[in-house]
Design a protein around this ligand. Structure first.
Ligand code: MN3
Length: 240
């Protein structure tokens, strides 16, 4: 009797297995599985294909719906036993990493950083962001680079010089001057006490589908879709 029941159970598992597999494949086709917890995946402010031909639709879909969503999900997971920390914004978490328990500090640094950096990155891009910096932002950038050519060349050089995965930034120092810098992994300038103004993701997942290993072409393409209107507003806020 027992062995018959066992045999039936085994048969049931075997027949159920293909159905389960098909179901889970169908589920992965859903573009965004919203992570549960205090932190949410923000919506893009534009369509996935808005940055074509510079950044392709599929890269945007995977980058936002898979990579960014995973950082959000893993950040929520890391915070699950820490209700006090759940109440903090991701920016507050990153600025106070030393107060985050050691057990989850690396997870918060990597996934909180990933969430914060990508949230900013999406806003730094647009298909209708204007052609370049104006007003006070143009003036502040002028103290760092003599013109557009010098700015783009220095940014490109920094991006190519970042070994492995990381980010290129124009950050705001405490004295409100600007700084060009890079960080490895998902580290944010916030960790060093600076506010990021502009961040560009140079992880391979940001460009591999369209540009393969050509980071140089990807960074040059990014220059065509920077959201200068957003950057001007952000600068005014950070410089105030
Ligand atoms: Mn990325």
């Amino acid at each position: 009797m027992l062995s018959r029941r066992q045999a039936l159970r085994t048969a049931a598992v075997l027949t159920a297995a293909p159905a389960l597999l098909i179901r889970s494949q169908a589920q992965t086709a859903v573009p965004v599985m919203p992570p549960t917890g205090p932190h949410k995946l923000p919506r893009l402010g534009y369509a996935f294909n808005a940055l074509e031909p510079h950044i392709d639709t599929q890269t945007m879909e995977i980058h936002h719906g898979k990579h960014h969503a995973t950082y959000v999900s893993n950040l929520n997971k890391a915070l699950v036993d820490y209700p006090d920390l759940q109440a903090l914004s991701v920016e507050e978490l990153l600025k106070n990493l030393d107060k985050v328990p050691e057990k989850i500090r690396t997870a918060v640094r990597n996934n909180g950083g990933g969430h914060y950096n990508h949230t900013l990155f999406w806003q730094c891009l647009s298909n209708e962001g204007g052609t370049g910096p104006e007003g006070t932002l143009a003036e502040a950038l002028g103290h760092l680079f003599k013109d557009k050519e010098e700015r783009e060349e220095a940014f490109l050089k920094a991006g190519l010089g970042q070994f492995g995965s990381g980010w290129v930034w124009i950050s705001v120092n405490k004295d409100k001057t600007l700084k060009l810098e890079t960080t490895p992994n998902q580290d944010s300038p916030l960790l060093a006490g600076r506010q990021p103004l502009l961040g560009v993701d140079v992880w391979e997942h940001a460009y591999y589908l369209k540009y393969q290993n050509r980071r140089v072409d990807y960074i040059k393409a990014i220059y065509n879709c920077l959201n200068w209107k957003f950057l001007q507003k952000r600068w005014e806020k950070l410089a105030a």
